[in-house]
Ligand binder design. Structure first.
Ligand code: UN1
Length: 497
């Protein structure tokens, strides 16, 4: 069976522990993809030592030249799109159409980052003193620790890594333990594109060992983490104590609102894609459906009918709509919410169980609960699976209140034909992203991505804003007057001369 390695110090190397873990196909547990290193603190220590030399070299490489490498990365990813998508579906489970989209999101991020190498704008502003210039500009932060989730095995690492690189940082990258193969392919592509090897370090392993060692390493001043709100809290506590710069992207409990005047056919497609695409394993997945009362019963009828017809299966087979869950643990977590829903008195309209077929994978039926009470656990907690909870409301005000009544705030969506209601929603919904007449998923790589409340800590990935996170603003003043000029004192009324 193929044994994979870490990439540390410019070489593919074994972990110090000598131990490995197996990576299996979630659609067929008998299919073992390979064995991957179980890394720990000493591996991370060596990675950081190497990254220091990488950083010293890379920070002096002009930003447009750094961007040129990312352009080549985008070109290689375009050429290898099918191969990467296939490997990704094999280890992560979502259908090929989706993994192709995942690679495309990485390609888009690469080309955006490439062009940003020729911007990375600072500002030049007038000084209050004569013959003096005042300007701000960007410097890299240092070594970036990037801890990534399983659900977008390529796109999310690129959201972090490409802006980090174009800003001149070196990276220590830990892919999620469920998707180490895609992470390995990404590093291979970076090296093929000509990235100096010491600039990228790849550490495989578990969060509690490898991830923790990255977060706690004193010479990694910046951490970007995507994952659960619970783990994010631990990461945040450590980073707070150590004064690290931290970007957190965490849970969601996103809702699609369907108003009485909505185009129901369109809203139906949106709900199916939002709730059951990626088997509900997106931070942006639709896990609540808020429906206005007049169309409630009719819309649910349409929805249940279609949900029952979705085809579960191997994402590499034609005709599969919904792939498996990532692993046994998440399967058990989803099952526990079926019990919770029952106990809370919600009405199970469809799904709620593992299917008889396919038998070998972590499959779970698309599930819809109606009559879900506001404030119940089913309505409040992130499930990260194919479970949709429906809440009936009277009007837009109640819909907005239900949407906002959770601790998360990533994405939301509203289907309505009323322009006033649509714009009110854009104003009123407490989320980082609101879609009008489109599902809660589908963020584009060139816009800021992130959420409010306990979804994040105020930073954004994607778009132009992420470049602020991966660079320090420095200010330069150059005084060419040949005299001491005192800011705030000279040139003002009441000054002695
Ligand atoms: C995530 O759910 O973790 O908007 C990322 C989307 C994708 C990215 C999702 N472009 O659904």
């Amino acid at each position: 069976m193929k044994k994979f390695r870490n990439f540390i110090g410019g070489h593919w190397v074994e972990p110090d522990s000598g131990e490995y873990f197996e990576n299996r196909n979630p659609a067929d547990r008998d299919d073992v993809i390979g064995r991957f290193p179980l890394s720990g603190k000493s591996d991370v220590d060596r990675a950081v030592e190497s990254a220091k030399t990488g950083f010293a070299q890379w920070r002096r490489t002009p930003a447009p030249a750094r961007g040129d490498i990312l352009r080549i990365v985008g070109d290689i990813m375009t050429k290898r799109k099918e191969e990467v998508a296939d490997a990704m579906t094999r280890e992560m489970g979502k259908p090929l159409t989706e993994t192709r989209g995942d690679v495309q999101e990485g390609i888009d991020t690469a080309y955006y980052a490439a062009s940003e190498g020729r911007r990375l704008f600072g500002r030049t502003v007038p000084s209050e003193l004569r013959s003096k210039w005042a300007m701000s500009y960007r410097r890299p932060v240092g070594i970036a620790g990037l801890i990534c989730p399983f659900n977008f095995p390529l796109a999310i690492p690129t959201w972090k890594m490409f802006p980090a690189l174009v800003c001149g940082n070196a990276c220590v990258f830990k892919p999620a333990e469920d998707v180490p193969h895609t992470g390995t392919l990404l590093v291979e592509i970076l090296l093929e594109a000509g990235l100096p090897p010491a600039v990228i370090q790849l550490i495989h392993g578990r969060g509690e060992q490898a991830g923790k060692a990255i977060v706690e390493h004193p010479d990694i001043p910046l951490i970007s983490f995507t994952g659960s709100t619970e783990t994010g809290r631990l990461v945040g506590e450590t980073c707070g104590r150590m004064h690290k710069r931290l970007s957190l992207e965490m849970g969601g409990k996103n809702a699609q609102i369907v108003m009485d005047d909505a185009d129901l056919d369109l809203a139906l497609e949106g709900a199916l894609w939002g709730a059951f695409g990626t088997t509900g394993q997106r931070c942006t997945a639709t896990s609540r459906l808020i429906v206005q009362r007049k169309v409630h019963d009719k819309f649910l009828g349409m929805l249940v009918d279609r949900a029952k017809g979705l085809k579960l299966g191997d994402g590499r087979k034609k005709g599969t709509d919904v792939g498996p869950l990532i692993n046994e643990d998440s399967l058990r977590k989803v099952e526990s919410y079926i019990d919770i829903g029952d106990r809370e008195g919600a009405e199970l309209l469809c799904g709620g169980d593992r299917p008889k077929k396919p038998a070998k994978g972590n499959f779970f039926q698309p599930t819809i609960f109606a009559g879900v009470k506001q404030g119940s656990r089913l309505e409040q907690e992130e499930i990260f699976g194919p479970v949709l909870s429906v809440v009936k409301v009277r009007d837009a005000d109640e819909a907005f209140a239900v949407n906002n009544g959770v601790r998360y705030g990533l994405s939301s969506s509203i289907y309505t034909r009323d322009v006033n209601t649509a714009f009110r929603a854009l104003n009123e919904l407490d989320n980082g992203i609101t879609y009008v007449n489109a599902p809660t998923i589908g963020a584009e790589a060139h816009l800021p991505f992130g959420g409010v409340k306990q979804t994040g800590n105020g930073h954004r990935e994607g778009g132009w804003e992420v470049y602020e996170f991966y660079s320090e603003t420095k200010v330069g003043y150059a005084d060419f007057s040949g005299t001491l000029q005192r800011a705030q004192i000279d040139n003002y009324l009441g000054s002695p001369d």
